[in-house]
Write a protein that binds this ligand. Structure first.
Ligand code: AMP
Ligand code: MG
Length: 413
């Protein structure tokens, strides 16, 4: 049963939505607050890292050539570098200490290699006796040394604009002493749930008679990683109330809105009409399953997504349309994590409709298998929590055969 006279294909809906995507501004942030922000600059290293040749092990810094010929039966003896004398002490302070031929110095991991040395002998391959080091093994020059610029060279590009910053990147900023980073501002996205039957789970418990507002919480959680969510809450199925809630959210400075429920073509489904009333409804009805009653409009130049009531359908529409839109306005350039897997069984789908199929990933010796979670109806939220990700079956495909390769969009990658 089709509820809509015309359902537009997903790619057309996506193209339309993206044509309204306006980039957010750039702001400067403390590097340690920039996790999950989108980088708005290319970051190059201002200096070599490490800044000098340094020991990669605890041991003895030597000139590798001095150890040539050393063996268990025929050890080589080196002299401890004398640190006596004011001049040497000063040099040590400035990391300018130098060892001569046949000399060694005790060194710890991470310390700068003294001039004249080019290798580190591990403690277990030598024996220190007073001011002498007995060496049982030759050490090639460069052994156990982290060379200057080995990690990152001066001027080298380490992170590109458009990067959704990860924990490791914060570490990289720290290592470069980069304490301020340019990132894209997060859009403030209002979230409204509509429905007379809905109850806020935080305020009440009446499980049997009413339905918990799932959408505003799941959408808020989905938005948190990329945007700045503003959860307005539940609004009744009342034309004026819905209108007021939309006006209120725009007055509150929302850059866009996600409104769920009331988006079908039933008697109490007003959202599309209200959007048209306050601005322009660009489309309503998309050939995706779940998620057919998805629409998009613009009010005061602000994008408004009209999302289905069923939570799984709302999530499907979010992944198919809202997430790409948010990535576009925030300038995310990296695609989300995808892996290839083999369909563990046939997944049926109709031509002319894009399917959003929740799958469980099974890791076997032969690689990954994607097991479709078979459910009917988009009210089955557990199909989401049981899944590891989703597969999109394109509009022109008549399902997927058992064993066919599919691309899995993994959650939280
Ligand atoms: P509607 O599109 O308003 O007819 O809603 C379709 C179905 O989704 C109904 O069973 C609603 O109770 C349910 N629903 C609508 N909004 C929400 C919500 N925010 N949280 C959970 N279920 C919802
Ligand atoms: Mg409703």
């Amino acid at each position: 049963m089709k509820l809509f006279r015309t359902l537009i294909p997903l790619d057309e809906a996506l193209k339309t939505v993206l044509s309204y995507a306006k980039r957010t501004e750039i702001e400067e942030f403390r590097f340690d607050d920039a996790l999950n922000r989108v980088l708005a600059e290319d970051v190059c290293s201002p200096a070599d890292s490490p800044p000098f040749d340094r020991a990669a092990m605890d041991g003895y810094a030597i000139k590798g050539e001095d150890s040539f010929g050393a063996s268990q039966n025929n050890p080589v003896f080196l002299r401890k570098k004398s640190r006596r004398g004011e001049k040497e002490k000063e040099k040590e302070k400035e990391n300018e200490i130098e060892i001569g031929e046949g000399e060694y110095l005790h060194i710890q991991t991470g310390m700068q290699l003294p001039k004249g040395s080019n290798a580190v002998v591990m403690l277990e391959y030598a024996k220190e006796r007073g001011t002498e080091l007995e060496l049982f093994k030759p050490v090639t020059p460069g052994k156990n040394v982290s060379f200057k610029g080995e990690d990152v060279k001066k001027g080298e590009e380490v992170l590109k604009e458009g990067r959704l910053l990860r924990a490791h990147d914060i570490g990289m900023f720290a290592s470069l002493f980069k304490t301020k980073v340019k990132v894209y501002k997060r859009a403030k996205v209002g979230i409204i749930s509509t429905g007379d039957e809905l109850l806020d789970p935080k305020e009440s418990f009446e499980g049997e008679k009413k339905i918990a507002d799932v959408n505003s919480y799941v959408l808020e959680a989905l938005l948190k990683k990329i945007a700045s969510p503003y959860r307005i809450g539940i609004v009744r199925d009342d034309y004026e109330e819905i209108k007021n809630a939309i006006r209120f959210s725009l007055e509150e400075g929302c850059d866009g809105l996600l409104i769920s429920g009331g988006s079908s073509v039933g008697k109490r489904d007003f959202i599309a009409d209200v959007v048209e009333d306050l601005g322009k409804l660009v489309f309503h009805g998309v050939a995706i399953r779940p998620g057919e009653p998805t629409g998009f409009g613009v009010i005061n130049n602000k994008p408004v997504f009209v999302l289905p009531g069923y939570p799984v359908a709302t999530i499907s529409a979010f992944e198919m349309l809202v997430r790409p839109f948010l990535y576009a306005i925030h300038g995310v350039k990296e695609p989300r994590g995808k892996i290839f897997a083999m369909a563990s069984k046939k997944i049926p789908s109709a031509v002319g409709r894009t399917d959003f199929v929740r799958v469980k990933l099974l890791c076997t010796e032969n690689g990954y298998y994607a097991e479709p979670i078979r459910v009917s109806g988009s009210g089955i939220l557990s199909s989401m929590t049981k899944s590891d990700g989703f597969v999109v079956i394109e509009e022109n495909k008549e399902g997927v055969e058992e064993g066919e390769k599919v691309e899995v969009n993994v959650w939280e990658w």
